[in-house]
Write a protein that binds this ligand. Structure first.
Ligand code: MIG
Length: 823
């Protein structure tokens, strides 16, 4: 342990409170004793015995590492795509007072002040401070416990978005103390922290300019975003290195640039199979094959579109993973092939706990392969979950992941299409009973902290690897599926995750509740998770943990209709919940919500293609696209779908009209009525039970299709491009086969549309392989134009819908270049 004598002069011992834990004896890193350049990194040894290393990952991304004992560990991250990227070239100046590092391009600078204590300030290309250490709280550590922490100066008006999955009703997280520790939180009340995911990344906004900060540490960690003191924020962890990245946002300093850079670092969600963007129906559980078939039949009979049915834990034989209950789910192959024939895909749940049962081949195989987690004494760890006593694969071991991945061979060959990884925080029951884990969070709900993990070559305790367990489980699932069925895009869903989980999986927000508060919560929760890199997100529609009400279910169906993962799911002790459960106007409204989803599926698909390319997600809070619009920054009850659609769901009981804020600098057109709204204003909008308030940005072109019953019918469905007139704008529509990887070799089509005040230009590459474009619809016209022409020829078969202010213009073929009209 370090002696007090090593302390640098001028530094008072720091006593900070780290949340609900004990008081830690913090020691500052102290003054920098020397700066040394090694390659493109600059390293400092400090008076406190620490080592600090500063480098650039890209010209806009600065990396800081601090190791309290002066030794740097293995440079390895579960979050990063590439653990050994080529270093960015730097220029370096050093004197007794300070060291400056500059990326050779881009203009970002880092100044390391050496005395009285080492502090770091990042400047953007214009010379503005991006973020600066607080000289009153330099980087610190507690040598006794291994805890580490950094503090940054904060402006009173700085706002913070992201932080993965947080149960907070506000959209910005300033003033919050957030803990990262993946936790099974059944029926979590609004405000609960932590939840299931750890994504220690946020986007800050100050004066309309953004930057990002990613704290890559897998221990239990925390963010104190000005709660203890509004003049600073802090982040730290119970152990490991203080390893973080500052993402400056480049020249524009936009949230989009920050997220692009963050997802370049931690990966992006590849295009999912098209069917996974369809409506999904789930229940804990559909108890038998007959029940599943009845559900499927009812969707088709009632003409309610749907693509996916989920089978929860009861499809298994005594909850043994990779088995079927022979009584209730006999002949699964037959069942699955009949469902496929009707246009359904099937997802089965797969938990991490493998029943400890000598007569169970999966258990034996895992034991013989030596892939199970071991307790502190080296014995196979056993804990109770659904099947009774279980063993657990150590997903931080490549061998265990490969073993696990192989297990999907059986269900894949039987015809299961996708997989749902649950309980992977990991969550276990308390030692002495089988009850639903109690709400109170305690150590009994997960592994003991001294349980051992392989850590992919760097063995460590559960305290260190807990937060990556779920991510590595679903990674094993994803990688197994990629290998077993290389011609298909995997579809996996996970409840737990860590930064970078988006490379492998969609995420749902766990055991939410059937309450209006929880419906409202979905917007700040999902939009913030989405701009934390996890773009394929959704919440259980209707609220998992209790019986919903007809009105709540309908409003939830609407609110979720344009969220990426769209699934109804309900708990075992709740009433039945399908879109038709409540009949009458509720059933009609639910059908309409799902139909809207299907009409806009080509747009959602395009957004997912763009997301793979740029990391910009389909689902966004208003602040993401309008960081300069102060009135948009705190809006928590509206969301954007791409740049072009603004959704303002009703999340309040009995409400039939609501206020909608329209972001500044745009004109917004009501999807249903064609009425135009000037941005920068709040307007009361009618919202009858059957309608989701939806607006399209003037200048945007959005692909639509007729209602279909499942995504398999899409190929032959004609496309109509809805153009919101009244502003200039350029849009693209992306099309491909909807599954497989031929698109990465160019098997896709991108249609380009540009809209101006009096004309729409089209560029439709010739191909018969994709949905045909058959019409253009002009939205937001007060009256039918006096004349309309396609490539100079007058059009006579256009139809004007005065109630919707919509003009439908059929196209003779896909060679059309320009539609002009006189307004
Ligand atoms: O302890 O598989 O969040 O979606 O239905 C509960 C049964 C275990 C929790 C999941 C939920 C799922 C349930 N699971």
């Amino acid at each position: 342990m370090r002696s007090m004598k090593k302390w640098a002069a001028g530094l008072a011992p720091l006593l900070l409170l780290t949340g609900p834990q004990v008081q830690a004896a913090w020691q500052g890193v102290g003054a920098a004793m020397q700066a040394k350049r090694a390659g493109e990194e600059v390293s400092f040894v400090t008076a406190g015995g620490a080592r600090v290393v500063v480098s650039f990952v890209t010209p806009d991304v600065v990396r800081v590492r601090m190791s309290a004992d002066g030794k740097l560990g293995r440079d390895f991250s579960y979050a990063r795509v590439d653990n050994a990227p080529a270093p960015t070239k730097i220029e370096f100046d050093d004197n007794a007072e300070r060291t400056e590092l500059r990326a050779t391009t881009g203009g970002t600078r880092v100044v390391v002040q050496k005395r009285p204590a080492l502090t770091i300030t990042v400047y953007d290309a214009q010379g503005r401070v991006v973020v600066a250490d607080d000289p009153a709280r330099p980087m610190a550590f507690d040598a006794a416990t291994g805890a580490i922490e950094a503090s940054k100066q904060r402006d009173a008006y700085e706002l913070y978005y992201g932080f993965g999955e947080q149960g907070l009703p506000t959209i910005s997280r300033e003033g919050q103390f957030l803990v990262n520790w993946n936790t099974d939180s059944y029926k979590y009340p609004v405000g609960t922290n932590p939840l299931y995911q750890t994504i220690p990344f946020f986007i800050a906004l100050r004066d309309g300019r953004a930057y990002g900060l990613f704290f890559d540490n897998t221990y239990r960690s925390h963010f104190d975003m000005g709660k203890s003191d509004p003049r600073r924020y802090a982040f730290g962890a119970d152990g490991g290195e203080l390893n973080y990245y500052v993402l400056t946002g480049g020249a524009e300093r936009t949230p989009a640039n920050v997220l692009r850079d963050y997802t370049a670092l931690t990966g992006r969600t590849a295009l999912p199979p098209l069917w996974a963007l369809g409506y999904q129906q789930s229940r804990y559980s559909y108890m038998s094959r007959a029940k599943v078939e009845e559900i499927a039949r009812t969707f088709r009979e009632k003409k309610i579109p749907a693509d996916v049915i989920h089978l929860d834990i009861d499809y298994m034989d005594g909850y043994r993973v990779f088995t079927w209950n022979p009584q209730t789910f006999p002949e699964p192959k037959q069942m699955l092939s009949a469902l496929h024939h009707d246009g359904f895909h099937v997802v089965t749940i797969v938990d991490p706990g493998v029943k400890f049962d000598e007569n169970y081949a999966v258990y034996r195989s895992g034991r013989d392969s030596g892939i199970y987690v071991r307790d502190a004494t080296g014995k196979e760890l056993h804990a109770k979950v659904w099947p009774g006593i279980c063993a657990f694969p150590d997903f931080t071991d490549a061998k265990a992941r490969a073993w696990w991945g192989e297990l999907y061979k059986k269900p894949l060959s039987e015809g299961v299409d996708g997989f749902w990884n649950d309980m992977d925080e990991p969550a276990v029951f308390s030692a002495d009973d089988f009850r639903e884990p109690a709400l109170a969070q305690g150590p009994q709900k997960t592994f003991a902290l001294d349980v051992q993990h392989a850590g992919d070559g760097d063995p460590g305790t559960h305290a260190r690897y807990h937060n990556v367990f779920g991510m590595q489980m679903v990674r094993a699932t994803f990688e197994g599926l990629r290998k077993l069925a290389p011609e298909r895009r995997p579809f996996a869903i996970t409840r737990a995750g860590y930064a970078g989980v988006q490379r492998y999986s969609a995420v749902w927000s766990g055991d939410n509740d059937a309450s209006w508060d929880h419906l409202a919560l979905t917007i700040p929760l999902l939009t913030n998770l989405s701009i934390s890199g996890v773009s394929f997100v959704g919440a259980d529609v209707g609220g998992f943990a209790a019986t919903t009400t007809p009105e709540l279910y309908t409003r939830w169906m609407q609110a979720a209709a344009l969220t990426p993962f769209y699934r109804t799911h309900s708990a075992v002790d709740t009433d039945q919940r399908e879109p038709w459960t409540y009949g009458g106007e509720y059933e009609r409204s639910n059908r309409a919500a799902i139909e809207l989803r299907y009409r806009l599926l080509p747009y959602l698909y395009t957004l997912f293609a763009q997301n793979e390319e740029s990391g910009l997600p389909p689902l966004r809070p208003l602040a993401f696209d309008y960081p300069q619009d102060v009135d948009a920054l705190l809006v928590a009850d509206e969301y954007l779908v791409g740049r072009d659609l603004l959704v303002a769901p009703v999340v309040v009981q009995n409400q039939r009209a609501r206020n909608v804020y329209f972001p500044k600098g745009e004109v917004w057109i009501d999807w249903w009525s064609g009425v135009r709204y000037e941005g920068g204003k709040t307007v009361k909008i009618e919202a009858p039970l059957e309608r989701l308030p939806l607006f399209v940005r003037a200048g945007a072109s959005v692909p639509t299709q007729p209602v279909i019953q499942h995504s398999g019918e899409m190929k032959n469905a004609p496309l109509t491009i809805a153009v919101a007139v009244g502003a200039t704008g350029a849009s693209e529509i992306y099309q491909d086969a909807g599954d497989g990887y031929a698109y990465r070799k160019g098997a896709s089509r991108t249609i380009k549309i540009s809209a101006r005040a009096d004309k729409v230009s089209l560029e439709i590459p010739k191909s018969a392989a994709y949905q045909r474009v058959v019409a253009v619809e002009l939205l937001g016209l007060d009256a039918a134009p006096a004349t309309i022409a396609i490539d100079g020829k007058t059009v006579r078969d256009a139809v004007f819908d005065a109630a919707g202010k919509r003009l439908h213009i059929p196209l003779p073929n896909e060679n059309v270049k320009e539609i002009s009209f006189v307004r």
